[in-house]
Structure formats: structure tokens, C-alpha cells
Ligand binder design. Structure first.
Ligand code: AVJ
Length: 319
């Protein structure tokens, strides 16, 4: 299944030339690595495979919810002239929204990856020839500028995939506030967010029986070996998905199975048996907690749609 949201997060290691972020993460206690580096070409391929695993309900639940609410969504967004997507788009989700909004005149995908952006823009231009497609290259976790042609009052933003769940709550509020400032008063923002639910469903979704999520997680170390000449012994690390109830998040960790030492960029890192590298957080919200974050960022929830179990929410926010 090509859901496309992984491409929203493609990061090259060259973005941080001194690799300060990687080294700081491995030097901190407990050890961490930034989740954005999970998505090189191989990571994006593995994420698409995750979306096909029976345990990973997230992508398919959002897609069927979007399909079932297309008419409601069209009503909420009917006077919008422009759709701005955080992420390169061209996924099933983008098409579901574009199909529901035949009067839309412009589509603006924003992404950090030039290649993902160009491919997405070209695909959408081919399929929606009446649409003005204006890609913006940029990091949407930082400050962005939109093309000047944009009329602030008729923008709809789109941030699918529960990608917002990979931000800490305070980073999520910052992101929402920045989007609010970028779009201006009267704008709308459609956000997909996965909801908190029993760990009996959550944990297998992030630790599937086929081991695809484990391979996705370990690819982070494989990537450090490939691109930076590190010597992590992939066979000596396991994958763990942990539900942190206090923080309402699923954590992915790489677990050292033995006492070992690894080298990266002229430094060495020691691991005790069972010591982990924390590689990703996926926050799961209640509808009320999500609405609270939106309110702190200057948005109010205009409509909210929630799937039947497993629960996934799509919020239409208005500024
Ligand atoms: C694409 C960021 C939404 O957090 O569910 C899937 C990434 N990580 N399995 C998520 C992911 C492990 C995914 N997002």
C-alpha cells in the first residue's frame, strides 16, 4: 500500500553536517537517536511494508475513515481554493481529499525531500490537470514561507498519517501554532491523529509478527553503518515496542542483546546487556487532549470524525 506519509519525513544525514545530533543522542543517558533518520529509501520502503501488516491498523484505518467522510469533509472545506499538505503527498489520502474538492484551484505539497516532492507534484499534475500544483521545498518543523499567490482566507491545510504523534506534545503545539500563523485567520487544518487504546492492540502494531517493524527500526543502525562507516553489529540488537502509559506513547527501542561496544565517527559507545537506544515516540491522544493542544495553538475543533475500533481521529480545525 502506498500511503505516502513516510516520505513526509525523509531526512538526509547531510542535513546535520557535524552529526552533532546523532553523537549527542548516543552520548546521552538513556541513549536516543532521532526518529526522522528512520526514513532513508530503505526505511521508506519498510514503512510501506509495515502498512501492509495486519497488526498495523493505523494507515488503513485512516484511509477508510477518510473515504467514509469525504462528503462531510467536502462540506467543511467547500469554499477553500488551496490545499497545503505537510508532506509530499500524492498518496491515497491526498487523492481522496482532492477527489472530494473538485472546485479546488491549487495544491501545495511541502516536503524536505526534493525528489519525493518532484515525483509527487508530477504525479498529481498528471492526474489533476486542472489543478495548479506548486511544491514548496522546506522543513515544516521550522518556519516556512508559502508562495505569495496564496490567499490566506481560503487555505485548507492537510497533515495526515498521525505524523503529529511523532512530535512531543509541546513540539506538536509549536507546529500547530506555526501552521496557524502561516495560514492566517479563517483558515482550516485537517489533521489525522491516532487515539490511545489498549496496549493489546498498540504493542503488536509496533512489533508485528513478520518482524517488519523490527527491520525498520534496525535499519537506523544499518544506515549509520552504510553512510557513516559505523560498525553496529545488527545481530546483537533486538527490537522492542513499549507502551508508556504515563506519557501516552508507544516507544520504539533497539535493545542490546549482549555487552558490546560500537564505533561511530571516531568515538566508541558501550552497551550493557539490555541497554536500549530509544528511536521513536508515537503519541496516542484522547480527542479531548488533542483539542486542548489545538486550542493552545489558536485553533478550534470544527468537526471531528472517529473510526470504529481501532479508534483513529480526523480533526477539522478552524482558525
Ligand atoms: C508514520 C510516523 C505515523 O508512528 O505510527 C510505524 C511510524 N513507526 N511503525 C507511526 C511508524 C513504527 C508511524 N508514522
Amino acid at each position: 500500500m502506498m500511503v505516502g506519509s513516510a516520505m513526509a519525513l525523509v531526512r538526509t544525514l547531510e542535513e546535520d553536517p557535524g552529526h552533532a545530533e546523532l553523537l549527542a543522542g548516543l552520548l546521552s543517558v538513556p541513549k536516543t537517536l532521532p526518529s526522522k533518520y528512520l526514513y532513508d529509501e530503505e526505511g521508506s520502503r519498510l514503512f510501506e511494508l509495515i502498512c501492509d501488516q495486519p497488526e498495523y491498523y493505523v494507515a488503513r484505518t485512516e484511509i477508510s475513515l477518510l473515504a467514509s467522510i469525504a462528503a462531510d469533509m467536502a462540506h467543511v472545506l467547500k469554499d477553500r481554493s488551496m490545499l497545503v499538505e505537510f508532506g509530499s503527498g500524492a498518496s491515497v489520502k491526498t487523492r481522496l481529499l482532492l477527489d472530494a474538492l473538485p472546485l479546488l484551484s491549487a495544491y501545495v505539497p511541502i516536503d524536505i525531500s526534493q525528489s519525493a516532492l518532484s515525483a509527487a507534484a508530477q504525479a498529481i499534475r498528471g492526474e489533476y490537470p486542472q489543478l495548479n500544483v506548486t511544491p514548496v521545498l522546506g522543513d515544516f518543523t521550522r518556519n516556512l514561507k508559502l508562495p505569495t499567490m496564496i490567499d490566506g482566507r481560503s487555505i485548507a491545510g492537510f497533515f495526515p498519517g498521525s505524523t503529529i504523534g511523532n512530535f512531543s506534545p509541546s513540539a506538536a503545539v509549536d507546529f500547530l501554532r506555526r501552521a496557524r500563523r502561516l495560514f492566517g485567520r479563517g483558515s482550516k487544518l485537517v489533521v489525522g491523529a491516532d487515539l490511545a487504546k489498549t496496549p493489546r492492540v498498540l504493542v503488536p502494531a509496533y512489533d508485528d509478527a513478520e518482524g517488519v517493524t523490527a527491520a525498520f527500526n534496525k535499519n537506523l543502525l544499518a544506515r549509520l553503518n552504510r553512510e557513516l562507516g559505523a560498525n553496529f553489529d545488527l545481530g546483537s540488537f533486538g527490537h522492542a515496542a513499549i507502551w508508556n502509559a504515563g506519557e501516552s506513547r508507544i516507544e520504539m527501542h533497539l535493545v542490546s542483546l549482549v555487552r558490546q561496544r560500537a564505533a561511530l565517527l571516531g568515538r566508541t559507545f558501550d552497551f550493557a546487556v539490555g541497554e536500549t537506544i530509544h528511536t521513536e515516540n508515537s503519541y496516542k491522544y484522547s480527542p479531548a487532549a488533542f483539542a486542548g493542544m489545538a486550542a493552545r495553538a489558536g485553533w478550534s475543533v470544527e468537526r471531528r470524525w472517529i473510526s470504529d475500533n481501532p479508534g483513529f481521529a480526523i480533526f477539522a480545525l478552524s482558525a
